[in-house]
Design a protein around this ligand. Structure first.
Ligand code: NAD
Ligand code: UGA
Length: 346
């Protein structure tokens, strides 16, 4: 027997009818949102913000490589929340309206640990999430990175800058991986009409970063709080980063998802550009004036300068960061003190 079709010519199958429960009392939320990598640092803060809206139902898919259930413990068991142990390099079948695709190790130590897996996560993982978005008609946001600009020759970096990236270096699994992920997003958008959003995130810090994450802010705070450790400034110490507090970042990501622009859009804090030596001195001043600072060797291809031009974020999203580094560091210090069991002396 011929299949019933939408246009009567037997070629295009009719779309499935929505579940009869869709409009019943059992269907409570207006928006079902998937957050991949939601057990990680930025992801768990994003989940907190999304869960604060009672109209949202949130599903987290994470393989716990760098994330932890601990970051989500207040939501486990909540009727609007689900947590799935899942690796995005495998397909995932869930019915959702929006996908925040964050899954990917972010600290250089962790993304270099298994470089092949990192590139698979960026490429196959993003393909899988785009396939899901296509199947269910969901809008998808990719958390790309300022690392797509490589070791930038333009300062500050605008979204139009194509970057200066080593395609065969030790960081390539991450920065070239994210560049391919951006390409896939745009190809699915052009070819299949998928609604996409791309955020280029610049160095973000805050509570819940892994204590031994290896990134500079978490390293310096942990070193300042642990006895007999020095702040390890990697050579030459004049390299810069611009540090964005996590609540500002989450606000920017949600505005991008909710708005009308595909991006890519830089989200970061240009007001907080510091050299690594200046950052070490600020941590010393604010957290432990007795801590020593020592120079150590750097790793290959470390970008020498980085600062976002956020004109687009301001104009298109009405977004700009609010939290300065001097305000953000003490908030992170408090969280690290609790987790390390180092109370503040009065
Ligand atoms: N924090 C930053 O400064 C920064 C800057 C630029 C871009 N980003 C991007 O933002 C996202 C989140 O970064 P973060 O700082 O929260 O890092 P994070 O390492 O804390 O979180 C990443 C999460 O993804 C999960 N994950 C990794 N590989 C996975 C896989 N194959 N399948 C399922 N889950 C997987 C991890 O377990 C973890 O929970 C990443 O995509 C990262 O590239 C972060
Ligand atoms: O914002 C981004 O786009 C990217 O930024 C970071 O990459 P990176 O800037 O190299 O992050 P860190 O490892 O925190 O290094 C920042 C700087 O601090 C220096 N550093 C790091 C650690 C340390 O103990 N001491 C130190 O001086 C590094 O040499 C580097 O110059 C993140 O790790 C990436 O996930 C993210 O995509």
């Amino acid at each position: 027997m011929a299949k019933e079709t939408s246009n009567g010519d037997n070629s295009v199958p009719k779309p499935p009818t929505p579940s009869p429960l869709r409009n019943s009392k059992f269907f409570q939320s207006n928006m079902r949102i998937l957050v991949t990598g939601g057990a990680g640092f930025i992801g768990s803060h994003l989940v907190d913000r999304l869960m604060a809206n009672e109209k949202n139902e949130v599903i987290v898919a994470d393989n716990y490589f760098t994330g932890s259930k601990d970051n989500l413990k207040k939501w486990i068991g909540h009727p609007r929340f689900e947590l799935i142990r899942h690796d995005v390099t495998e397909p995932l079948l869930v019915e959702v309206d929006q996908i925040y695709h964050l899954a990917c190790p972010a600290s250089p130590i962790f993304y270099k640990y298994n470089a092949v897996k990192t590139i698979k996560t960026n490429v196959i993982g993003t393909l899988n999430m785009l396939g899901l978005a296509k199947r269910v008609g969901a809008r998808i946001l990719l958390t790309s990175t300022s690392e797509v600009y490589g070791d930038p020759l333009v300062h500050p970096q605008t979204e139009e800058y194509w970057g200066n990236v080593n395609p065969i270096g030790v960081r390539s699994c991450y920065d070239e991986g994210k560049r391919v992920a951006e390409t896939l997003m745009f190809d699915y958008h052009r070819q299949h009409g998928i609604e996409i959003r791309i955020a280029r995130i610049f160095n973000t810090y805050g509570p819940r970063m892994n204590i031994d994450d290896g990134r500079v802010v978490s390293n310096f705070i942990a070193q300042a709080l642990r006895r007999d450790e020095a702040l390890t400034v990697q050579a030459p110490g004049t390299q810069t980063r611009s540090f964005c507090y996590v609540s500002d970042m989450v606000d920017g990501l949600i505005r991008l998802m909710e708005g009308d622009n595909t991006g890519p859009i830089n989200i970061g804090n240009p007001g907080c550009e510091f050299t690594m030596m200046e950052l070490a001195e600020t941590v010393k001043e604010l957290i432990n004036p007795d801590v020593k600072i020592k120079n150590v060797e750097n790793t290959p291809d470390d970008p020498r300068q980085r600062k976002p031009d956020i004109t687009k974020a301001k104009e298109l999203l009405g977004w700009e960061p609010k939290v300065s580094l001097r305000e953000g560091l003490p908030l992170m210090e408090e969280d690290f003190r609790q987790r390390l069991g180092v109370p503040k002396k009065n």
